[in-house]
Structure formats: C-alpha cells, structure tokens
Design a binder for this molecule. Sequence first.
Ligand code: CUA
Length: 352
Amino acid sequence: MKKSRLLLTIFSLVLFLAGCGNRQLSTLHPAGEVADRQFFLLMFSLGIMFTVIFVVVIIYSIVLYRFRRKKVGEDKIPKQVEGSHKLEIIWTSIPIFLVLCLAVPTVYYTFKLGDVRGMELVDEQGNPEALVVKVTANQYWWHFEYPGLGIETSQDLVVPTGEKVYFELAASDVKHSFWVPSAGGKLDTNTDNVNRFYLEFDPEKADEAGNLFFGKCAELCGPSHAYMDFKVKAIPKEEFEEWVAAMQNYKEPELTDELAIRGQELFQENNCFACHAITPEAGGSKLAPNLADFGNRTTVAGYLPNDVEHLKKWIKKPDDYKPGNKMYKESALSDDELEALAAYLMSLKAGQ
Ligand code: CUA
C-alpha cells in the first residue's frame, strides 16, 4: 500500500514536472538575453537559499543528536554563551553577506534589463534604429502596433531574432500583464501609464522552439484571463523583413471562391467591420482584433487551433470559449453562413 502510494506520487510528479520542459513556454528554457539573466538570478538565489537550508538542517540535526538528555544526563547545564561577541559577529555578518550576494546582482540586472534608452536612438536619416512594438492589452486579446513600420496586427506578434525588440505596453480597459515566459518578463500593461522594456530572442533557441513562443496574460483580468494567450513568431531578420514588406503591401484578397465571396458579404451585412479592421495599416479599428493576415494566424481566439471547424464554433458562440468577451453571446448565423464567413476569413493572407 505504502509503496504503491509512493510510486503514484513519483509518477504524478514526473507528469507534473514534465510540463516545465516546453521550450515554447518555459522560463526554465531561456531563449534570449533577458530570459538568460533572469534564469541566472533565479538559480543563483535558489542556490543561496538551499545552501542556507542545508547548513541549518545539518547543524540542527547534529545538535539534536549530540545533546540529547539521554546522552548528556538530566542535570547537565550546557556551556553558557550569552553575550559572546564572536558568535554574534558570525551570525550577523553571514546573513548580511548573503543578503548582499542576493541584492547586488538583482539590483544590477533590474536596471540593466530595464534600460530602454536604445529605443530613442535614430540613424543619420532620423529613422529609429531599434524595432519598437506598441502592445495594447484588451479583454481578452492583444493588439500589436509597429509605429516605425506603419503596420499593426493582433494575437500573433512577429519579431526578428538576434536583436533587441523594445516594447511599449499599455492596456485599454483593465490591468493585464505581458509575459513571454521563454523570452523574459513579465511587465504589467496599465491603463494610466506606458511601461517599457525589451526582449531578445536568440536565433538558435528560437529555431529549436520551431520559431514559435507562447505568450500569456499574467494578471487576473476577468473570467477569460486564462485564455488570454498570444503567440510570438520569432523569425530570422530576413524573414521578418519579408513579412513586413508583405504587410506593408497588403491587399484585400481578390476572391474567386463563391463561398468566400458570400462570406465577405456576410462580413459587411453583419457590420463585423465596425470593430474588426481587415487591413494592417496603422490607424485601423482597435475595438477588436485586426483580422488582416488572419489565414496565417497560429490560433483562433488566441488558443484554439486555426481551422475552419474551430473558427465556426468560435463565431457561433464566442462566449463558450472566452466568457465575458465583447463580441456577442451567440450568433444568429446559420451553419452555411458560418461556413462562408470562415472561408472568407481564412482567405485573408498577407503576401498574395
Ligand atoms: Cu488579461 Cu489576464
């Protein structure tokens, strides 16, 4: 009985801990400079803390064993050390030293990793040298704007690897928090100020992760907080530039498929465009996710697989998948109409 319980515990621990190994989602697999430094701080402080625990437990056990009443006798009075300067200096200086060991690198990296002076730098033509992405968090989706490039997108954040990417973080409704566990963070998105930081995505680590990292909202923000996911496509610089060019030259698709044409009509008739922009130019609607390039998105609603089936389910009853979202509770569209709308949305792709 005892043995099987132990085995069960070990087995479930293995299953549980296996979740920590996902390269796309784990702070334990740092995939860039910021995550590296944060991982170092994590391990360094854990090391110090475990050493303290280890030493204390050892001394405690020795004392417990050596000074048992049974061994030293009922009447034994131990050596009195009250007021010993030597001992007091030892147990004051060791903790001070340890706290300093924890504090110095923590403070150093807090300032170093928060250094965003690079986002102000411009080249001779006055163009910004670094890539800046403006992130707006909304219940329960993410808007990404590239002010220097004149484009915007939602849910899938596209960034180049091997360079610092600066972020300006804000929220439109309540407080959220922007977190890409593998790359570092997290930082709150607030409604009343803009927070800034940078992340770096290591080309090799990104490659190992299939050039895709998972992003999370890390601040309880409502009933669908847990579904407020986004994806980070971290791709080599050349590919990133191709993507930017495709987005800058984005054209609405010329539809030939009848189903998709019907879907486009439904999109107009149902006023979907009142909230959803369908082209990536800066200045589009920010009321709901931008749908340009939707056909190339990794997910529907941030966490469902991006296929027609899930898209239809989502459009039909969004509230089943993201309770409290601002679309509507249930759509009156028929199954055929949903099929057409999904076909249209899937046809929205950059680089055609
Ligand atoms: Cu947004 Cu939690």
